[in-house]
Design a protein around this ligand. Structure first.
Ligand code: 2HA
Ligand code: ZN
Length: 286
């Protein structure tokens, strides 16, 4: 295809939006996705950039390690279900300036608009994830995952409690997120507070639950980030069903801590032992 939608990274980005919609995670304009582009991907897309880029817009935050980067972003107020139908009006590519404190739109949002309302949050978290993963992480994805949200009404809002519950909800969870999942208490979406609180967690976790709101994940590529979101949400679904079945009481049987350690050994991943020593199963139930 002789246009920007024939470029693989754009195809993959658009498909991921669609995959999230199919899961039911993106009602209305809920959720957002940003991707830090590789140089060769920018080069492939550049022929389709606007002749005149948009004007520079201050981000209100800054990051030295994101100077000059390009990001693909969903648009603020845009519906992810429209990304596949009219990508040119739903998503954009933005360039970051040489000071690392402003962006300008170089492609997309042809009917006007700006990157996602969560862009400053994504931007700051890209900065953290780029640093702590040595440049490997490129994707930040936020979705309104219903079972994760449901669990935030029921469990204590602690990273260790949620991680323990989710690891014990399905055998392979601890392999997919051996480092655990962070939890941010309720905060106003899109604001500086939630951005900062998420950044603190993203120093050590690649996923953060936003209480009563959804899930925020990071990954090196679309499949890994989507798979992380999907695995955590599915674990939360199983946990919610089991908790509802027992009325919040301890279940008849569980995956034990030693079972988890055995999985870790077998699959060659190191489980975050802090999680296992911080709380016991008793603290998960009424
Ligand atoms: O993009 O999901 O958190 C809308 C949201 C804000
Ligand atoms: Zn949201």
């Amino acid at each position: 295809m002789n246009n920007i939608f024939g470029v693989k990274v754009m195809e993959d980005y658009i498909r991921m939006c669609h995959d999230g919609v199919r899961q039911g995670w993106h009602e209305r304009n809920g959720g957002n996705l940003t991707y830090r582009m590789k140089e060769e991907e920018v080069a492939e897309c550049r022929p389709y950039f606007r002749a005149t880029p948009g004007s520079w817009v201050k981000l209100g935050v800054e990051a030295d390690n994101l100077k000059g980067e390009h990001f693909i972003s969903t648009g603020s107020g845009k519906f992810l279900q429209n990304v596949g139908l009219e990508p040119q009006n739903s998503i954009c590519i933005v360039e970051i300036n040489e000071e690392g404190d402003s962006y300008r739109i170089v492609w997309g949002l042809e009917n006007g608009g700006r990157p996602t309302s969560e862009f400053p949050t994504h931007f700051m978290n890209h900065s953290v994830r780029k640093r702590v993963t040595g440049g490997e992480n490129r994707v930040i994805y936020h979705a309104h995952t219903p079972y994760v949200i449901a669990l935030t009404y029921v469990l204590p809002l602690q990273s260790e409690v949620f991680t323990r519950m989710l690891w014990k909800s399905a055998t392979e969870c601890c392999v997919v997120f051996p480092g655990g999942v962070g939890v941010v208490p309720w905060m106003v979406p899109g604001g500086p507070e939630i951005a900062k609180a998420t950044c603190v967690l993203m120093e050590k976790y690649d996923a953060a639950i936003w209480a009563f709101h959804g899930l925020f994940v990071s990954g090196p590529d679309f499949d890994t980030a989507f798979g992380l979101m999907h695995t955590i949400e599915k674990a939360a679904q199983i946990a919610s069903i089991a908790l509802a079945a027992t009325g919040g009481k301890p279940p008849r049987q569980v995956i034990t801590d030693d079972n988890l350690r055995a999985i870790g050994r077998e699959f060659g991943v190191t489980l975050n032992e802090e999680i296992l020593s911080f709380v016991s199963d008793d603290e998960l139930y009424c």
